[in-house]
Design a protein around this ligand. Structure first.
Ligand code: RTP
Ligand code: MG
Length: 139
């Protein structure tokens, strides 16, 4: 069966520190196929829209500033059980709670600057993928 899909962003802190290659290597070694990928920078409006679900949270302003502070690498990934397996690969939101060997444990600075995003449901994977990519960018 062809795999289900999830959406990820390598966040500005990790891109800025040069972790893009190592993180992509860990992702492909874990069995994810790259369906689409690009380096881009989110505008304030992009980040406010992308994270609209968090707009009442106290960290929303900080989150938008962080996500717009430098380039990100956005990608669509394919694997059986993609959403759940990718969340396991990246680890807990707070790197202090993330399991040994997970991407956040290895590369995140803090609960705010936590190196990488992973969609939390199949529906959100679809919405987030369409936010960043057109059909002609997916292979
Ligand atoms: P993500 O959506 O980025 O994959 O992260 P997540 O599901 O593990 O965490 P979520 O609750 O969706 O939070 C989204 C992002 O907001 C920042 N955050 N900061 N300062 C804080 O207490 C706090 N809590 C969350 C993080 O960048 C988190 O990934
Ligand atoms: Mg989330």
């Amino acid at each position: 069966m062809s795999g289900q899909r999830t959406f990820t962003m390598i966040k500005p802190d990790a891109v800025q520190k040069g972790y893009t290659g190592a993180i992509l290597n860990q992702i492909t070694e874990a069995g994810f196929r790259i369906v689409a990928m690009k380096q881009t920078q989110m505008t304030t409006e992009d980040a406010q829209t992308f994270y609209a679900i968090h707009k009442e949270r106290p960290f929303f302003g900080e989150l938008v500033d962080y996500m717009t502070g430098g380039p990100i690498v956005a990608a669509i990934l394919e694997k059986d059980n993609a959403v759940e397996d990718f969340r396991a690969l990246i680890g807990a939101t707070n790197p202090e709670d993330a399991a040994e060997g997970t991407i956040r444990k290895k590369y995140a600075e803090s609960i705010s600057a936590n190196a990488i995003h992973g969609s939390d449901s199949d529906d959100n994977a679809q919405i987030e993928s369409s936010f960043h990519f057109s059909g002609r960018e997916m292979f």
